[in-house]
Design a binder for this molecule. Structure first.
Ligand code: ZN
Ligand code: FE
Length: 256
């Protein structure tokens, strides 16, 4: 089965919404539509009809387009079982270990709490594509609104176990500010310096920095490296448990 066509659609001020299109069947899904209008425009431009809506978590900037899109296209709404009470009108709910069949493409579900308690991440192995919502960003991770450091570190550890070739289609364009923070604690990392320069060039040209590549993120995203002695030392936590190191990195970013 050929890989999904994936289209990045900018929405709101810094959100990314994604269209996933299966050319053989014409099925088209949207991930985390924070608003409907840009999604409708992107569909119309390509002559695609929406069949599915996939949600990673309940925040308004990821679900506010659900209702209008569901009404207009009759799309099936799929989202995290643990957020049933907070996402209206879901048709299908997903939990850890589930595989959802989207037009013959297997969507593997990981529960990744931390940003919200019921957050899921959706992975298509056949397309080398991960949709982590606000759990994992390029060079960063989401704010810890609802979960604990132990939960969040466990969530990121799960995602880190995916193949290096995995492309990460996250929920926001936060990469430039994440790069500044990453450099503040890991400034001698040559790979990070190179990616920061690339990010600057992309943003200056008005281009997205997404998708990023998991293999690269593992080496330069401090939130994926809480078990790396270099990061522990950088936040004054040498020898500490990775959960404690993660908490310190997260706190550092919150106040950066
Ligand atoms: Zn969010
Ligand atoms: Fe968000």
């Amino acid at each position: 089965m050929p890989a999904l066509d994936i289209v990045l659609v900018p929405a709101l001020s810094d959100n990314y919404v994604y269209l996933l299109h299966d050319a053989a069947s014409g099925a088209t899904a949207v991930v985390d539509p924070g608003e409907a209008a840009p999604v409708e425009a992107a569909l119309a431009e390509r002559g695609w009809t929406l069949t599915h809506i996939l949600n990673t978590h309940h925040h308004a900037d990821h679900i506010d387009g659900n209702e209008a899109l569901k009404t207009k296209y009759g799309a099936i709404l799929v989202g995290p079982k643990a957020e049933t009470a907070r996402i209206p009108d879901m048709d299908v709910t997903l939990s850890e270990g589930d595989t959802y069949d989207f037009a013959g493409h297997a969507a593997q579900v990981f529960e990744t709490p931390g940003h919200t308690t019921g957050h899921i991440s959706i992975y298509f192995a056949d397309s080398d594509a991960l949709f982590p919502g606000d759990t994992l960003f390029s060079l960063g991770c989401g704010r810890m609104f609802e979960g604990t450091p132990a939960q969040f570190w466990d969530s990121l550890s799960k995602l880190r176990g995916l193949p290096d070739s995995t492309r990460i289609y996250c929920g926001h364009e936060y990469t430039a500010s994440n790069a500044k923070f990453a450099l503040s604690i890991d400034g001698d990392n040559g790979a990070l310096q190179a990616r920061a320069a690339e990010i600057e060039t992309l943003r200056a040209a008005g281009k997205p920095t997404i998708p990023s590549l998991l293999g690269q993120e593992k080496a330069i995203n401090p939130f994926l490296r809480a078990d790396d002695p270099a990061i522990a030392a950088a936040v004054g936590k040498s020898g500490a448990d990775p959960v404690e190191v993660f908490a310190a990195v997260r706190k550092g970013k919150d106040t950066f």
